[in-house]
Design a protein around this ligand. Structure first.
Ligand code: KIV
Length: 257
């Protein structure tokens, strides 16, 4: 396994793991200075394309954004989401994961699900493709977007799935919108790091969608903290530009040949 992935595993119980999504080179090149993992998430479906569901993202779209992200990364572990309907069986998953890795030169792929994808994940790992798991809220298959782990049966299933994914050989598991005490139990009971989104401080690391973190996405989610209000900054800049163009202040001599 690549050193960068082994280093990540070693961080469990020592240092929190910092992760963010990126969909393009310029953003990735900034995140590269601060993150352990950069994920080209299929959340780009709603964030960039205004699709209703991540199910609408194609493999080619994921590959194109990943190629751009790759150009901005020097040292961070790069993970790419396998989109919906690209891993319905082991043969299909292997073909598409190989395509993602060869075209984007990413370090690993991420798949959603537990027992259902156990054999598929084992096949990828047997073929030397590092895999990140994803449990809790599963945007590719869930009908409603509610936090997970309220019911006893649901809690038991998510914990069982986490143990199964660990057995399959994933190097890490994203826990999306998992109730805090359950996220803590899972994190304490598996050896690979858990990366939470809306799943409490008990996870080994955190991930957020970059556009949410900088306040570019106007939608509010309980689990997001906006560390900047980039919408305001962009508004100010564009308003200034608009005024200067109208008043013939831009371009001036310095901006002209
Ligand atoms: O697609 C995505 O951005 C994700 C994160 C929410 C973990 O899977």
């Amino acid at each position: 396994m690549k050193k960068i992935i082994l280093d990540l595993k070693k961080k469990k119980n020592k240092q929190k793991i910092v992760s963010l999504t990126a969909y393009s080179k310029n953003v990735a090149s900034i995140l590269d200075n601060y993150c352990d993992i950069i994920l080209v998430g299929d959340s780009l479906a709603s964030v960039l394309y205004n699709y209703k569901s991540t199910r609408e993202v194609s493999l080619d779209t994921m590959i194109n954004h990943s190629k751009s992200v790759r150009k901005g990364i020097k040292k961070t572990l790069m993970v790419v989401d396998m989109p919906h309907n690209t891993y319905r069986n082991s043969k299909e998953a292997l073909k598409n994961a190989k395509k993602i890795i060869s075209k984007t030169r990413c370090d690993a792929v991420k798949l959603e699900g537990g027992k259902k994808v156990y054999e598929i994940i084992k096949t990828l790992i047997r073929n030397k493709i590092p895999v990140m798991g994803h449990l809790g809220l599963l945007p590719q298959s869930d009908k409603t977007f509610k936090f997970k782990g309220k019911k006893k049966s649901e809690r038991a299933k998510i914990l069982k799935d986490a143990l199964l994914l660990e057995k399959a050989g994933v190097f890490s598991i994203v826990l999306e919108c998992v109730e805090s005490s359950l996220a803590k139990i899972i994190t304490q009971n598996i050896k690979v790091p858990t990366i939470g989104i809306g799943s409490s401080k008990y996870c080994d690391g955190q991930i957020l969608v970059f556009d949410d973190l900088i306040g570019l996405n106007p939608t509010h989610y309980k689990f997001v903290k906006k560390y900047a209000n980039i919408r305001n900054e962009i508004s100010k800049a564009v308003s200034n530009y608009s005024n200067e163009v109208k008043k013939i202040k831009f371009p001036n001599k310095k901006n002209s040949y």
